[in-house]
Design a protein around this ligand. Sequence first.
Ligand code: GSH
Length: 219
Amino acid sequence: MPTDLHLVIANKAYSSWSLRPWLAMKVNGLEFRETVICLGQDATSAEIKRYSAAGKVPVLKHGDITVWESLAILDYLAEAFFDRHWWPTDPQARAMARAISAEMHAGFTTLRANMTMNVRRHWPDRGRVPGIENDIARITDIWRDARGRFGGGGPFLFGKFSNADAMYAPVVTRFKTYAVDLDPVCQAYCDAVLALPAMKQWYTDAAAEPWVVGKYELE
Ligand SMILES: N[C@@H](CCC(=O)N[C@@H](CS)C(=O)NCC(=O)O)C(=O)O
């Protein structure tokens, strides 16, 4: 594919951080080359370090520019491809979208540690550790608030799909994997994210991956 955009990610079954920029780029119709590195292998760290000294994916290469950290990649894309839709345009919505994206990037550690992403699995009886309800309650409060105040123009947090939806997409997959009970507003939001053609492609690609890594299978 003739493109100077190259996204380096980890395997789709397990890599929540990789999903975020990948999904935003797909929804925005950007063409890009992708390299997938499997997590949990002897060579994983060395392979990732070929692209970024930070030793983590996702990494975006755009010509001779390298960007790492999922949220920084989303911001870079919003500047580099400013004619697409990345952040809400309304200032209040945009401020909230950025704040909740930063909150996702920095927080919800109990949920992230105990409901690890695995889009190939259905584990309705796992992950219910003390404290996880607090993370779930805060996330669903955020979703209801955004949908109620700014969601009139479409099914996503701020109506039209934005970077905030990309940031929360791996939470949507976790709520599906771990069968978290949701109110109708949050369930409808999750359904809209899961119905995106790009999300379906992510699930299909993950199902076709050959790698099974015990750590991510909760073995
Ligand atoms: N804060 C980083 C987190 C990136 C991250 O932790 N990525 C994981 C994959 S989901 C990784 O690269 N792990 C490397 C390894 O396990 O060796 C971001 O937002 O991009």
